[in-house]
Design a binder for this molecule. Sequence first.
Ligand code: GTP
Ligand code: SPV
Ligand code: MN
Length: 599
Amino acid sequence: MNTAQTLTRAPVDAPTALNGYVKVWLDEMIEMCQPSHVYFCNGTMEERQTLIDQGVRDGTFIKLNEEKWPNCYLHRSHVNDVARTEAATFICTPNEDNVGPTNNWMENKQAYAKLRGLFTGCMKGRTMYIVPFVMGPLGSPLAKVGVELTDSLYVAVSMGLMTRMGEVAWQQLGEDDEFTKCLHSLGDLNPERRYICHFPFDNAIWSFGSGYGGNALLGKKCLALRIASFLGKQQNWMAEHMLILGAQAPDGQKTYVTAAFPSACGKTNFAMMIPPEKYAKQGWKITTIGDDIAWMWVDEKSGRLHAINPENGYFGVVPGTNDETNPNAMKSMSHDSIFTNVALLPDGDIWWEGKSKEPPKECIDWTGQKWTPDCGRKAAHPNSRFTAPLENNPALDPAVNDPNGVPISGIIFGGRRSKGMPLVYQAFSWLHGVYVGATVASETTAAATGQVGVIRRDPMAMLPFIGYNIRDYLVHWFRMRKRMRDCPRIFHVNWFRKDENGKYIWPGYGENMRVLKWIIDRCHGRANAIESLLGWMPRIEEFDLEGLNITPEQFATLQTITHDEIKQEFLGQEELLLKMGGEMPKEIIFQRELMISRL
Ligand code: GTP
Ligand code: SPV
Ligand code: MN
């Protein structure tokens, strides 16, 4: 069928055989939004360049110094649109019980009515970009098709970097009716009229009033976490806020682990870690499958948990990233990338806090104003980001496009805890591990609007991303174990413990390899451990500190948790558990009792 004849607006380069279900939906959305132009994205490189060039002309993008940053561009967002807005994020269903105590709920019919009001006519004078995309390696049993309609050129181009976008999506979809209907408009960027609404029962997402990544690139948090977690619950798989990395030992053995840390708490850095020299010399290699999201299912043949990265790019935190902390991230963003809200130097170079010790003498800050080191403001926004294709990463794992995913041996939880959490411990069992994950806490970061640095419970680093009731989510975690013949070992880490002067005790970044090595050895039943109140911990005298400026005594302090701190921690866990009230899964109650019994 040729949609060009039936669409209300012209000109339209519709794919020759547009899926019939897409067409019906598209006609309805076009009639509501009333765009002046409609453009079908095909996903070619020529198209990406044409769109970017158009963005350079209309001010969406600023071209950077071609020598220093080949084919890279700067985008500045509206000053009130720089991070995810959790208060404006809703799960819209018939019953409040569907979403539970940790989500914002809107009754689905009311939500549609409210948002229809906002979307009606919102694209007058604008172009609607039709962005078909696939989440997951093509042909994977879990790969999902989405179609995003957006009036943001920045979103259309970014979706091209972050997903498998274009003709491939129509091919993957075929004549099927299973695709996520994603509707997005910048609206007028008024935070009062900002709604990120998910309709899990309709496989639909309507996002209005924000152009920020997590609110607007609907394949990422909205589809690949909120909608996908809902689907995974029904279809026996898991969508998690996790990186996936591969570690190759000197003898060639490859171990894959996932790690769930809350937003801006170290996933990208851990996933791209370069082992310290000693380990590199021995032959250790770390490779990246993904840096933010993992979809996992139990492989029937092996009986093990397998994982894919649904994304095709990185949307990574820029501040703090430099050639020492994360050389692979620096290389990943070194060409063909988009930077959002970093500072611009006079020669078309860019800068951000933590890029170099010496700040530039002057620059244009992320808001477009003149900036000098003494002006008292940040040059780059603390949540400034880079958008880069996966293939830019020199440490990309060869299995990244494998539809069957990679087998997972370990799952690591962690958070940003200045006090009271040791560097590493292992849960006693899967059941205990789920409790450890469910009670993760972390100091809040600039990735979401609101106060920064306050501790909050963030179960499995999924608090803002579980698309249904947390009670059912935890039960799902317990049940998944029963499908596995061999289950991953579960760990908890904290890179962020501080001393009395407020300085990080642990060097972090590449040195986290030492912790990973112990974790890998534990996964394979090789390393010793001592039983502590929290879980299994490395023996101080066996933990590799060679080449580090840390004495075994200091390491012991890093690992210590006092009785008082443990009691404080238990009390802190109540904050989340009480929200579930009488609906707490029994496994959580039992684990809590066991914890107290150990005191
Ligand atoms: P999202 O993309 O928001 O989900 O974040 P993420 O979990 O991928 O966080 P990322 O790796 O981008 O790290 C966020 C911030 O923490 C950056 O400023 C990093 O430099 C810093 N960071 C990451 N790893 C470490 C570490 O091991 N030690 C210390 N001290 N800081 C770290
Ligand atoms: C996060 O906040 O966890 C991110 C960035 O990964 S965003 O995609 O904007 O949500
Ligand atoms: Mn994230």
